[in-house]
Design a protein around this ligand. Structure first.
Ligand code: BV8
Length: 256
């Protein structure tokens, strides 16, 4: 991997993006950081200092203390609803439009649960870890989109079943990912010729595995992240920049 300067990497990546047959993107919490949504790293250092993962983002935690867990998730849900897509989300939506306009393929795979990609206009969003904006009944599995105000009670009773509760429609640690999302991500990682890994610490699986899968199937990988990750070595380009700075610059550097 060359130690090109950021400008050289941005120009080279912009050229590759303009020519790619199929672009796949994996985003993590770093893409929403500039919208004011704390990343898992921050949240972990923050909230997880008092709590460990097992007390917040697992089915066992919810079963043991549904009030605390649903209160935390409702707090985060309201934060996501109050946030706005940032320049990174908008640049990815623009990149998708340009790729489709030249009959290329574009797949946006996200680990984020905040739905900001969709609000920025991205069309092909594969949500590996579900969505915090929707909640579902613990008995019937039926979904609802609560209004943009605090839930009325904790834990929230389900409107669909007398013994049910509402839980966030996210994938907790230890839970399977939605099969359709895994299939779509797997197909895109195998088929793409260019894979962008943006704003993820690349430690959670199977999500991070799609970076390796794309690389092993001959795609060129670009990593856009201020910090290195355990998968940085797979990247042909590493752009050590914030996503909200790097992505608009890359789109602007693309040949018209
Ligand atoms: C599964 C939704 C299989 C919920 C999330 C041991 C015990 C138990 C499980 C495991 C284990 N070992 C491995 C596992 C599997 C486990 C796992 O991978 N654990 C890790 C911690 C080791 N995975 C699972 O459990 C998955 N399920 O494997 O099931 C199974 C099940 C049943 C039976 C048989 C098999 C489910 C994982 C999904 C968990 N849910 N989110 C919620 O939101 O509360 S994970 C959550 O954290 C995110 O979605 C994301 O995936 C993950 C990491 O977060 P990131 O997005 O990467 O963000 P992070 O904060 O970590 O990093 C931010 C990055 O951005 C940093 O690199 C930073 O430098 C950068 N950054 C910061 N600012 C910017 C920036 N970049 C750009 N611009 C900026 N401005």
């Amino acid at each position: 991997m060359s130690h090109a300067t950021t400008d050289e990497s941005v120009r080279a990546l912009a050229g590759a993006l303009a020519r790619a047959r199929h672009i796949a993107v994996l985003t993590g919490a770093g893409v929403s950081a500039e919208s004011g949504i704390r990343t898992f790293r921050d949240t972990m250092e923050g909230l997880w200092k008092e709590f460990d993962p097992a007390t917040l983002a697992t089915p066992r935690a919810f079963a043991r203390d549904p009030g605390t867990v649903s209160r935390w998730y409702d707090h985060r849900r309201l934060g996501c609803l109050a946030a706005e897509p940032n320049a990174a989300h908008n640049a990815l939506a623009e990149l998708e439009r340009r790729t489709l306009a030249r009959a290329g393929r574009f797949t946006l795979i996200t680990q984020n649960v905040d739905r900001l990609h969709q609000r920025a206009g991205s069309r092909s969003v594969v949500e590996l870890h579900g969505s915090i904006i929707e909640w579902r009944c613990t008995i019937t599995g039926r979904r609802t989109t609560p209004p943009a105000k605090p839930l009325p009670a904790f834990p929230p009773p389900s409107p669909f079943h007398p013994e049910g509760l509402l839980r966030p429609d996210v994938v907790w640690f230890g839970e399977m990912l939605p099969e359709s999302a895994v299939e779509a991500a797997d197909e895109a990682a195998r088929a793409c010729d260019l894979f962008l890994s943006i704003g993820t610490s690349s430690v959670v699986y199977p999500a991070a595995g799609f970076i390796e899968l794309a690389h092993d199937h001959g795609a060129r990988v670009a990593e856009i992240n201020p910090d290195a990750t355990p998968l940085s070595s797979r990247a042909a380009w590493t752009i050590r920049e914030k996503a909200g700075v790097a992505l608009p610059g890359i789109v602007a550097a693309m040949p018209a």
